[in-house]
Design a protein around this ligand. Structure first.
Ligand SMILES: [Mn+2]
Length: 253
């Protein structure tokens, strides 16, 4: 295994686990749907076997004169440090459920231009730097007798249509070939595709079900998206259920 990818190992205490990937909240935009986020948070807090991955673009972190940014400062009226305070209040109740966090392009562009990274600052304040990575994390999650591999990355590039978005994320299996789950955000679209592949395992061939999951968003259509005629975004998160008795991944979108 390459040392280039961060690997996090978990041994879950229950025989059934839900993973809820949350991404593209874009806190700082007026279009951030805090009520929708709080509904998902309530469900997560009410279910002890629900865990969360953060998929990046949690913060808008606006920068003047980039083409997606119509106002030079945070459109919601908050400064970037204030958005970090706000996010701290949103996430702290489910701090112990966060099992993997990756940076998005909106955070990255600000960290490259200014040296500051709002998501990294938040993770540091929450004491969660161990589960944070700028690029990619491979989660190895043991549920009952089964170890599931979940590869998470923010996503990249500008495909508008669903097919292009799915094609891009299927390329993740060129990096780690045998994950059970591949997740990206970035597209503000909820989608999934499924491949069933035969893989060699200690002298035998077994069928591996692989799911590719696009993780939606918490940010309704923005002026920028209207201007470039993007489709309406899908608000919310998928729910990925892992079975501890036999290898079985189920995804609801
Ligand atoms: Mn993005």
């Amino acid at each position: 295994m390459s040392d280039d990818i961060k690997i996090l190992n978990y041994d879950m205490p229950t025989n059934r686990v839900y993973i809820v990937p949350i991404g593209d909240m874009h806190i700082g935009l007026k279009e951030f749907e805090v009520d929708k986020f709080l509904k998902y948070r309530s469900w997560i807090l009410a279910n002890e076997n629900a865990y969360v991955t953060l998929m990046g673009d949690i913060f808008e972190t606006p920068i003047s004169r980039v083409r997606t940014q119509d106002e030079p400062i945070t459109p919601s009226g908050m400064t970037v440090p204030e958005t970090v305070d706000f996010a701290y209040e949103l996430f702290m109740p489910m701090r112990d459920r966060l099992i993997g966090v990756v940076e998005g392009n909106h955070e990255l562009r600000s960290s490259m231009m200014t040296g500051g990274d709002a998501l990294g600052t938040l993770m540091e304040r929450m004491g969660l730097m161990e589960v944070y990575d700028h690029d990619t994390i491979l989660l190895q999650i043991k549920v009952g007798d089964v170890v599931y591999r979940d590869m998470i990355q923010h996503g990249w590039g500008g495909a508008r249509r669903t097919g292009g978005q799915v094609n891009k994320m299927e390329e993740m299996s060129n990096v780690v070939g045998d994950a059970d789950i591949y997740c990206t955000g970035h597209e503000h679209t909820l989608f999934m595709s499924r491949w069933d592949k035969d893989v060699a395992r200690s002298g035998t061939v077994v069928e591996l079900r692989q799911v590719y999951v696009g993780c939606g968003c918490y940010c309704k259509l923005t002026r920028f998206q209207k201007r470039i005629a993007r489709r309406k975004p899908n608000i919310g998160s998928p729910r990925i259920r892992l079975n501890g008795s036999k290898r079985d991944v189920h995804v609801s979108i």
